[in-house]
Design a protein around this ligand. Structure first.
Ligand SMILES: [Zn+2]
Length: 403
């Protein structure tokens, strides 16, 4: 979906770096992922602060947002790596965190008086464990960072497609799927994607529900930000997601203020391929209530540099079909075990590609993005001159025009 480019042509030979990759950082369940994360933190001598969730996990295990920090409390630069904002997408992000905990060279490079690392494991542990994209409140956490004191945004476009998205029958009738195609024909495919995925407050049993109050995960993250994010002067944040774009390609989606200097700085740090939903060049639509808003809100003293690292899995239509079926299932707890198992497996495949090739691609790109973040956080802390912003913007439009 979208104009994203594959990182490498298919069929290229495996490089030495990839062969050296230890893929055991990828887990089969939330419980296993958490245990691996905690073990890696312990090996590194990092204390972990666990925000324990009120509900048990799918296998009866404890659920928590686990936070590990390395570096001085008043370090000027804070590098944040977070996983599991969208529950089941945490298989990917958790593996990256473990890979970046187990690497001595990475840790040596990060040993700097003015730099701290913050790993936030499983922002939405409930969704991770139960293999859902949403929280226990059926809320899309990455749409939930809203100002709930203000009137909530209406999404009439979602209402227009809601019945087609989640009809009574599963698999949906041909008529409802044709109805969605019709909407895309009339308004454009991007408009349909935006209607569905932007976030909606009206239907708590619907897709991409943004909630009507802050979720448990939202409240915990704000607490973590107050504790860890208020003494730094600059933040570089990588939030790992899956489910959009070409399989194995990690799209670097800009998150932060829509200010030309800030966007330009992101492209200076992470390359001209950084996309921005507001510019219409990302596989993602413009979204409401995303995580970066909480950071900008809670850590207003710091310069914010945020990236959603979004890995493709399956074609967009397949991912949407999986999401529709799984929400249908959630709304019908009496569904028979065989149907349930089939639908849950379909959802897992839509957000976690369990092949060595995909896992290698994930780690390879994450390592690069994190190294670039570390380097960005080592540059002098100053605003870009207008001429510099302009030059980067021009380089970017040139590249887009050619691609
Ligand atoms: Zn996501």
């Amino acid at each position: 979906m979208g104009p994203a480019m594959p990182a490498h042509p298919r069929g290229r030979p495996t490089t030495d770096t990839e062969r050296a990759m230890n893929l055991s950082c990828f887990a089969q369940s939330y419980a296993e992922a958490r245990q691996k994360f905690l073990a890696s933190c312990a090996r590194r001598g990092l204390a972990v602060d666990s925000h324990v969730h009120p509900l048990p996990g799918r296998d009866g295990e404890q659920l928590a947002i686990d936070v590990a920090r390395l570096g001085a409390a008043d370090a000027a630069n804070l590098l944040v790596l977070s996983s599991g904002c969208h529950g089941i997408e945490g298989f990917c992000g958790s593996a990256i965190q473990i890979d970046r905990l187990d690497d001595d060279a990475w840790f040596a490079a990060c040993q700097r008086g003015d730099l701290a690392l913050l790993y936030i494991h499983a922002l939405n542990p409930y969704g991770f464990s139960w293999e859902r994209r949403v929280t226990q409140e059926n809320v899309d956490l990455n749409r939930n960072f809203q100002d709930f004191a203000a009137p909530l945004a209406d999404n009439p476009d979602y209402r227009a497609v809601a019945k087609l998205l989640l009809p009574e029958r599963c698999p949906p009738t041909l008529a409802s799927t044709l109805g969605l195609y019709g909407y895309a024909l009339r308004h454009g495919r991007k408009a349909l994607q935006a209607a569905i995925s932007r976030g909606q407050h009206g239907d708590p049993r619907g897709l991409f529900f943004a909630g009507t109050e802050p979720t448990w995960s939202n409240r915990q993250l704000r607490q973590i930000l107050r504790q860890h994010g208020r003494q730094c002067r600059r933040i570089g944040w990588i939030d790992v997601h899956t489910g959009l774009g070409p399989s194995g390609y990690g799209e670097r989606i800009y998150k932060g203020r829509q200010e030309p200097a800030d966007i330009a700085r992101a492209r200076q740090w992470w390359g001209p391929q950084v996309t921005n939903s507001a510019e219409g060049n990302s596989a993602s639509s413009e979204l409401n209530g995303t995580l970066d808003l909480a950071v900008l809100d809670e850590c207003a003293q710091a310069q914010y540099n945020g990236l959603t690292l979004e890995y493709g899995t399956q074609p967009g239509l397949k991912v949407l079909t999986a999401l529709r079926a799984e929400q249908w299932l959630e709304n019908r707890p009496d569904t028979d075990a065989a149907t349930r198992a089939r639908i849950k497996a379909q959802l897992r495949a839509a957000f976690y590609v369990e092949t060595d090739a995909w896992k290698r691609q994930v780690l390879e790109q994450a390592r690069e993005v994190l190294e670039l973040t570390r380097q960005g956080l080592a540059t002098p802390l100053r605003a870009l001159h207008q001429s510099e912003s302009q030059a980067i913007a021009e380089q970017y439009s040139g590249m887009r025009a050619r691609s």
